[in-house]
Design a protein around this ligand. Structure first.
Ligand SMILES: Cc1cc2nc3c(=O)[nH]c(=O)nc-3n(C[C@H](O)[C@H](O)[C@H](O)COP(=O)(O)OP(=O)(O)OC[C@H]3O[C@@H](n4cnc5c(N)ncnc54)[C@H](O)[C@@H]3O)c2cc1C
Length: 280
């Protein structure tokens, strides 16, 4: 079947890869001059089943209210004259009960764990180098009460397969010296050992460069590397798109609504900026 994938970020490229591997003739359209230059270049690169908590939780309505009053909150909404926003808002609020939040979190966790397994298998078979670090991620807490609440909350993920350890501030600093100067400003951290990180732009670029066989076909397969990436053109430019073969699925999904700050271990530029944030 002829299939068109719109957008050459990590999701589009991976989808194209898996589709073509399943025997489809895949065309990938990207409007920028290269692949993976948008969110896939700007994301934090954290592959975090340990961060699977559903955004719609019993805490979310109060957070939304504070956000509407102008407070700095993880979830922010700007009201607009858009009926779809309000319909979506009603559906979101209906999911904010403790029972639904738990159910949705476990669905997300299963998806994240599955995606991570698929991604690891893909990386292994293709030998992709994308500056991967598989040493877990730290979820930092500023005070004892938040840390204790975090431990209780994270227990749900631990019960469903995530390996975790609780560290006090000194143990955090020992694990990652970037936190030594600010260890008095944090109560500790939960380390999820199953989380990992890497460079999502490199992953996207190198996925294109790899040439997995396409079953039963010699005509489809990735056209090689960066040249083909820049050959993927915008429909607005009215030239022919680069046709690729082979595609796979999205890498990992994660949410960013936890009160804790998440970053990969050991320190990266993210770790350093997190340490600076802790100092405030
Ligand atoms: C600040 C930030 C941090 C994040 N950190 C993480 C993280 O640590 N871990 C994580 O898993 N996720 C993270 N995310 C989520 C992240 O966005 C996704 O992980 C992932 O990068 C999304 O990939 P994508 O391919 O869907 O989007 P993109 O990488 O944005 O790709 C979409 C592509 O579509 C192209 N496009 C758009 N319109 C058209 C058109 N009409 N025609 C042709 N091409 C078009 C764009 O140019 C772009 O290249 C983060 C997001 C943000 C904003």
């Amino acid at each position: 079947m002829k299939t068109l994938v719109l957008g050459g970020g990590v999701v589009g490229v991976t989808t194209a890869y898996f589709l073509a591997q399943a025997g489809h003739e895949v065309t990938l359209l990207e409007e920028k001059d290269g692949l993976g230059l948008e969110a896939s270049a700007g994301n934090a690169g954290i592959i975090a089943p340990g961060h699977s908590f559903a955004w719609a939780s019993p805490r979310a309505p109060a957070m939304l209210l504070r956000s509407l009053r102008g407070a700095e909150t993880p979830i922010r909404v700007r009201l607009a004259p858009d009926p779809h926003l309000y319909l979506w808002g009603i559906r979101f609020l209906r999911e904010c009960t403790a029972t639904r939040a738990r159910r949705n979190t476990l669905v997300k966790l299963r998806l994240c764990q599955y995606s991570q397994r698929v991604m690891n298998e893909l990386v292994r078979t293709e030998g992709l180098e994308y500056e991967a670090i598989a040493k877990g991620a730290l979820y930092l807490y500023r005070n004892r009460a938040e840390l204790e609440a975090g431990v209780k909350k994270m227990a749900l993920l631990a019960e469903h397969g995530q390996k975790q350890e609780v560290l006090d501030a000194s143990e955090v600093a020992k694990l990652d010296p970037v936190f030594e100067p600010v260890k008095t400003k944090i109560a500790g951290a939960i380390r999820d050992l199953g989380d990992s990180s890497g460079d999502s732009r490199l992953f996207t670029e190198r996925r294109v460069a790899s040439r997995p066989p396409s079953p039963g076909s010699t005509s489809s397969g990735w056209s090689a590397g960066r040249a083909s990436a820049t050959g993927c053109v915008s429909p607005r430019r009215r030239s022919s798109p680069a046709t690729t073969g082979a595609g796979r699925r999205a890498t990992s999904t994660t949410s960013f609504a936890s009160p804790a700050t998440c970053f990969p271990t050991p320190s990266t530029t993210i770790g350093e900026s997190t340490a600076r944030a802790c100092a405030r």
